[in-house]
Design a protein around this ligand. Structure first.
Ligand code: MSP
Length: 437
């Protein structure tokens, strides 16, 4: 039987339609999933939408809509965008679906039975855009550093998850490499957060009605992050589904640096509490800005992935998304440079090389080239080296590097053609022509 490979993207908030940031992770994961399929693995690749919580309820209210009706529309927008980008997912999980709710309750039951949920009062600050409690010391001029809004003071009864109990174990799994977090810088970031101490987190909220009711205290709903992270198993029909048995644990969770802490600390701790295996690898990519600024509706710099597909075609758009910056780092995208990059890399680079080579094969040899001829050693060596590096980069999720190497090989071939001048070889009836072609 083929080896399995389970890969996921985050489930995105259903508060607005997708932008290029969401598409970046989706395309990234889709390319990795396809790569694993080419390796003949039995791949399961999931995407979805995060539809509960205060942030969504607020967005629905602002739009004057019922939350369910509102998220139905946004989930549709996501599906439309993924189709436009040819994202070949196996399942799309929505947190308002019946199967998700069932799985979340089964998961919470296990944590409850382990004795890891206790009642308490939370008093402090909450940033609704982060859907997270924030600490005074992390604010910038009194504002949430990520969303530049003032967090709300709250005091409410919550049920807490006993994270403290599991922090040492989570740390151990990370340091031994049983739980891999890549790249290294993101792993170190998590170890330093753990070192600084992480308070227990709320597993329920009191004043948020839009969510899954907490079965052990009906006045509470399950905290949106506990609800959302569980998608990675509910999509496989946890607890009893065949898919769950076949595909869990995940081989790779792909996500942005903004949500590393939730995936690399909260999620493993909850899984250990519930007695479930941990994901094997958490791959964390950097976030990009557009012309130096965070994409936002107010700034008007939000890039719609569908517009990109309309302009550059599906593969063109996918290439432009992946070739902007090395995913291990934060990056900046300049939308006005997309057309130049399309022209230089795709039209003049790969397009021109094929056009030139094929035209000469047809004109000089009626389209039949003796492939038994030796290929020049240097070119052969470089081709093999590029292929090996490509494979290695794919195995290490370095797609930017994999692409960059291919394009430097293309440039090398262009230089080779210019040097060898097959048109002269043809004119002089030089035998070397077949080798060069
Ligand atoms: N709903 C949570 C995730 C729950 S997963 C169990 C959430 N949603 S989100 O809509 O805010 O999506 C955040 C993710 O979108 C990032 O981690 C990243 O994958 C992607 N990106 C959004 N903006 C991005 C950039 N500007 N750059 C790169 N990726 C970005 O958090």
């Amino acid at each position: 039987m083929a080896e399995k490979f389970y890969i996921t993207t985050p489930i995105y908030y259903a508060n607005a339609k997708p932008h290029l940031g969401h598409a970046f992770t989706a395309v990234y994961a889709d390319v990795l999933a396809r790569w694993q399929k080419i390796q003949r693995k039995d791949v399961f690749f999931t995407v979805g939408t995060d539809e509960h919580g205060a942030k969504i309820a607020k967005a629905a209210e602002k739009a004057g809509r019922e939350p369910q009706n509102f998220v139905d529309e946004i989930a549709g927008e996501y599906k439309k965008t993924w189709q436009a980008l040819n994202i070949q997912y196996n399942d799309f999980i929505r947190t308002t679906s019946g199967k998700h709710k069932e799985g979340v309750l089964a998961f919470i039951k296990k944590i409850h039975e382990a004795g890891d949920i206790y009642e308490g009062v939370y008093e402090g600050l909450y940033c609704v855009e982060c859907e997270n409690f924030v600490l005074e010391r992390n604010l910038k001029n009194g504002l949430c550093p990520d969303h530049l809004i003032a967090p709300k003071k709250v005091k409410e009864k919550n049920h807490f998850f006993n994270l403290k109990k599991y922090l040492p174990l989570v740390k151990e799994k990370i340091t031994t490499g049983e739980l891999k977090i890549t790249p290294e810088s993101r792993r170190n970031e998590i170890l330093s957060i753990i070192g600084g101490g992480v308070p227990d987190f709320s597993i329920t909220r009191e004043n948020v009605k839009w969510g899954i009711p907490f079965p052990y205290d009906k006045k509470q709903t399950i905290y949106v992050w506990a609800d959302a992270l569980t998608n990675y198993i509910t999509v496989l029909d946890f607890p009893d589904g065949e898919k769950y048995k076949n595909f869990w644990p995940a081989d790779a969770h792909i996500l942005g640096a903004d949500i590393n802490k939730f995936h690399s600390i909260f999620w493993p701790a909850m899984l250990i509490s519930a007695g479930l295996p941990l994901p094997k690898n958490i791959f964390v990519h950097g976030l990009f800005t557009v012309n130096g600024q965070k994409m936002s509706k107010t700034l008007g710099n939000v890039i719609d992935p569908i517009d990109m597909v309309n302009k550059f075609g599906i593969d063109g758009a996918r290439y432009l998304i992946l070739s902007q910056f090395p995913a291990g780092e934060h990056g900046d995208i300049k939308a006005e440079e997309f057309a130049d990059k399309y022209n230089s890399d795709l039209a003049n680079g790969v397009g021109n090389l094929f056009e030139r080579a094929l035209t000469m094969m047809i004109d000089f040899r009626d389209g039949v080239v003796d492939v038994q001829k030796n290929v020049e050693e240097k070119i052969k060596f470089l081709a093999e080296k590029t292929a090996k590096k490509y494979e290695n980069n794919f195995e290490n999720y370095k797609l930017y590097k994999a692409l960059a190497d291919v394009f430097s090989f293309i440039k090398r071939l262009d230089r080779y053609i210019n040097k060898e001048q097959p048109w002269i070889l043809n004119k002089n009836k030089n035998e070397k022509l077949d080798e060069v072609l």
